[in-house]
Design a protein around this ligand. Structure first.
Ligand SMILES: Cc1cc2nc3c(=O)[nH]c(=O)nc-3n(C[C@H](O)[C@H](O)[C@H](O)COP(=O)(O)O)c2cc1C
Length: 172
């Protein structure tokens, strides 16, 4: 199973448009996947039963969407030159062995010019520390504001093509 992760919980975030476009690609490929959005996490998750003793709700979610998956596609916006803190907090609370010997593909999303390249490098270091392999073809999406249509959907052909190429080769 594959888990497609939206690494932010910001209301009206634009990363969701990329997650939805990626989901459409996976649907077309007939891939068995689940979505995990940081907005699904229990509101008190950083405090309640954290660090080795997660709450039952968080344990169930981590079991279903992290432990049960072999591959992860992480779509992460750029916040202050890195990926969102909520996703690091989530990583810190999930049992580390849930990530061991698994595969991760990374996509960055930014309104600026860097496409969250730094955040993708930070995530690479963390996942490698967790003994997960990170796919070499990381996709930085810059200037996201100009790539969405009036319905806030990602319809830019060039971006969709690179995402599809990543999905096909990563899932091989
Ligand atoms: C807390 C915060 C920090 C941000 N820092 C950066 C940044 O360092 N570089 C950048 O290009 N965009 C930055 N942005 C803008 C985001 O890249 C932009 O909102 C983009 O749409 C992706 O984030 P979103 O999914 O939350 O919409 C930041 C946005 C927020 C909310």
């Amino acid at each position: 199973m594959v888990t497609l992760i939206c690494a932010t919980h910001r209301p009206q975030n634009q990363t969701t448009a990329v997650v939805n476009a990626y989901a459409k690609i996976l649907d077309e490929m007939g891939v068995d996947y689940k979505k995990l959005d940081m907005v699904e996490l229990p509101k008190d998750f950083p405090f309640y039963g954290a660090f080795g003793n997660p709450s039952p709700q968080l344990s169930e979610l981590a079991e279903e969407k992290i432990n049960n998956s072999k591959k992860f596609i992480v779509i992460a916006p750029e916040y202050n030159g890195s990926f969102p803190g909520i996703f690091k907090t989530f990583i810190d609370i999930v049992p580390p062995n849930y990530w061991n010997f698994k595969n991760v593909a990374l996509v960055g999303v930014a309104s600026g010019r860097a496409g969250n390249l730094r955040g993708l490098d930070h995530l690479t270091n963390i996942f490698n520390y967790l003994k997960a392999e990170v796919y070499s073809n990381k996709i930085p999406i810059s200037g996201i504001d100009g790539l969405l249509d009036a319905n806030q959907e990602l319809m830019d052909e060039e971006t969709l093509a690179v995402l599809k190429e990543q999905a096909i080769n990563f899932l091989k």
